[in-house]
Design a protein around this ligand. Sequence first.
Ligand code: NAP
Length: 175
Amino acid sequence: MIPDIVFVVAMADNRVIGHNGDMPWHVRSDLKRFKALTWGKPMIMGRKTWKSIGKPLPGRESIVVTRDAGFVAEGAHVVHSVECAVERARQIAVELGSDEIAVIGGGDIFAQLLSQARRIHVTEIHADPRGDAFFPELDPGQWVEESRARHEAGEADDHAFDFVTYVPRAMADVT
Ligand SMILES: NC(=O)c1ccc[n+]([C@@H]2O[C@H](COP(=O)([O-])OP(=O)(O)OC[C@H]3O[C@@H](n4cnc5c(N)ncnc54)[C@H](OP(=O)(O)O)[C@@H]3O)[C@@H](O)[C@H]2O)c1
């Protein structure tokens, strides 16, 4: 079994995903969804995203991509290319018994692995914040919306949001 690569991302209406190394909103409902979607899986992330999280998250294995040969990330697996990240994640997925590898950002890593993604879970945050990291455009010829659930902002959410899942059009056509 080859584990599927799935993306898990929160993106504003203007495609911003980050600003100054952080997410420019507080939406607790998204953090809960993130935990549920990544639990028990290997997670691939760029070095800047690792830095923004600041520590390994429980119940998941972190694979950090950097070009810095001397980079040390305590509690994580450090690799030096996205190809090595996928390879390492596949091995870890087998060890964990997971049928998915979660790619969790940031914009740089999403852009490089987009062609390998089999499912994209997006929390669309209804806001237009200033940002310096963006989620790549999804070509409507390649991607189709599989599900969308609209939510008003809860008590610990700055904004209303939608939980959306996209799948490659080719996969949607055969299922
Ligand atoms: N809203 C969300 O769901 C979400 C998710 C994740 C992150 N974020 C936000 O996004 C921002 C970070 O995203 P980002 O795009 O700036 O950075 P990033 O993708 O997290 O990390 C980029 C770094 O990854 C390494 N890298 C990238 N491609 C590589 C390759 N092919 N080979 C080896 N190393 C490679 C490089 O590290 P070195 O410079 O060390 O070589 C590069 O500087 C932050 O603001 C974060 O809070 C948001």
